[in-house]
Design a protein around this ligand. Structure first.
Ligand SMILES: Cc1cc2nc3c(=O)[nH]c(=O)nc-3n(C[C@H](O)[C@H](O)[C@H](O)COP(=O)(O)OP(=O)(O)OC[C@H]3O[C@@H](n4cnc5c(N)ncnc54)[C@H](O)[C@@H]3O)c2cc1C
Length: 408
């Protein structure tokens, strides 16, 4: 058995950031970072964007840290060996290959896995899900060798993959049960606008009917929707969301909230020696105090950093207002805040310019979240950064004006 002061289980941005943060506070304590995948900790946003459009991007380009960072900072990085069990009393975890690790503090940064069309489904051949570098390599190859593709799902992954494939000359169809794209963060009017922009670039949409079957026969992938319409293409990407990896947390008897590991404001789980961060964690949303699994890159990164800092003894509170971004053609978007239990109440800016903001409010009129859409990527953060303090201050959404958030 190997003993470490800190053990991190992960392989995404939260785990890498935690290792960096621990080392910044504790120069001596031993750190093990245990990744189930064969890849070093990875930043996933490029996997549905640049990685699919740029054939020169190498599989290790999206790595969260340069490989030499780990040995240079005395971090034991183990890849390709999934942790299968945990003993919270003995404070040990055991891997698939039979390695046992003892910890004083443990971080679960086990992230999420793509939702599959069926339990036995394996991403590959003609039908893919997208979460890992291997998935992205396979999808990029399919795009490069295909004339047509289908994306199931009109959320961020579906739109980003379809946009990337169209830019590579593939005819793409999006199939979705929703009435309009981005339905969980955008009003129907904004979703329709996004759809129209994508249609102008060549993406076809079949909205409002759920997909009940996907598969492939010979060289063709297919999908069947609830109206019994059959769609065929050279490949299909099933992009309907992700579900957190909670097996270890369940074995450790940790409490759950919002379908993830419940953590307090210092990112400790119900076991004070076990922290959780990123897509597997339900943080306390700082404005509402509600438990929430955010599932966004910037949030996972910030949570990993704070968890690492706190594991090393600092115990600071998580104050992050959620930040989600996406890029589809020249539509650059960010969502700031907590959209749950709110609805769009005000539109600022000019939709036809491609730069506008949709404000969502809770029932009492307080600003809950904002969807910022910009045609120029450089405008995105300056606008959304002005909105963030307004969310914290719980201002009335109706009182916010264009100059206040930097819209011309
Ligand atoms: C294709 C794609 C594009 C995205 N684009 C955006 C975007 O544009 N903007 C945005 O805000 N967010 C985006 N996201 C979401 C963002 O990437 C996630 O929020 C982020 O990856 C979460 O990081 P994480 O470290 O919590 O978990 P993950 O990145 O999911 O990493 C978890 C890791 O833990 C490993 N693991 C799990 N269980 C075990 C175990 N038992 N033993 C060992 N290892 C284990 C997994 O194999 C995985 O490597 C995107 C996600 C994907 C998949």
């Amino acid at each position: 058995m190997k003993s470490f002061t800190y053990v991190i289980i992960g392989g995404g941005v939260a785990s890498a950031k935690a290792a960096v943060a621990i080392r910044a506070v504790d120069k001596e304590g031993s750190i093990a970072l245990l990744c189930g995948e064969k890849w070093n900790p990875t930043d996933r946003p490029p996997l549905s964007k640049d990685f699919l459009t740029n054939p020169n991007m190498k599989p290790d380009d999206p790595e969260s840290k340069a490989p030499e960072w780990y040995p240079n900072n005395n971090v034991t990085l183990v890849t390709g060996d999934r942790i299968l069990s945990i003993d919270p009393v003995a404070q040990t975890v055991t891997s698939e290959k039979g390695q046992e690790y003892q910890f004083q503090k443990l971080l679960l940064a086990t992230g999420a896995s793509a939702i599959k069309p069926s339990k036995s489904f394996d991403s590959g051949a003609k039908v893919f899900t997208l979460r890992t570098v291997d998935d992205a390599i396979a999808i990029r190859e399919a795009i490069q060798t295909s004339k047509s593709g289908i994306c199931v799902g009109s959320g961020f992954v579906g739109l980003e993959v379809a946009a990337s494939a169209v830019q590579n000359g593939c005819a793409m169809t999006i199939l979705s049960q929703d009435a309009t794209p981005w339905s969980h963060v955008a009003s129907p009017a904004t979703g329709k606008w996004v759809q129209e922009q994508c249609e102008q670039k060549g993406i076809r949409f079949e909205m409002g009917s759920s997909v009940v079957e996907v598969g492939w026969t010979g060289s063709r992938a297919y999908a069947v929707n609830s109206h019994n319409n059959r769609f065929e293409a050279d490949f299909l990407v099933y992009g309907v969301g992700a579900k957190p990896n909670l097996e270890l947390a369940a074995l450790a008897g940790l409490e759950f909230a919002d379908g993830a590991i419940r953590v307090n404001d210092t990112l400790q789980s119900s076991n004070p020696n076990i922290f959780a961060a990123g897509d597997c964690a339900a943080i306390l949303e700082p404005v509402t105090g509600e438990s929430w699994r955010t599932q966004h890159y910037v949030d996972a990164s910030a949570q990993g950093t704070l968890a690492g800092t706190n594991m090393a003894g600092n115990m600071e509170k998580y104050q992050g207002i959620a930040y989600f971004f996406s890029d589809v053609f020249d539509i650059h978007m960010a969502v700031r805040g907590y959209p749950k239990n709110s609805k769009p109440v005000k539109r600022l800016g000019n939709q036809s310019s491609g730069t506008f903001v949709e404000l969502s409010a809770r029932e009492n009129g307080e600003l809950a979240s904002a969807l910022v859409i910009c045609s120029d990527y450089n405008d995105l953060d300056p606008i959304s950064d002005k909105i963030e303090p307004l969310i914290r201050q719980k201002v009335q959404a109706s009182s916010i004006s264009e100059p206040e958030i930097g819209l011309k």
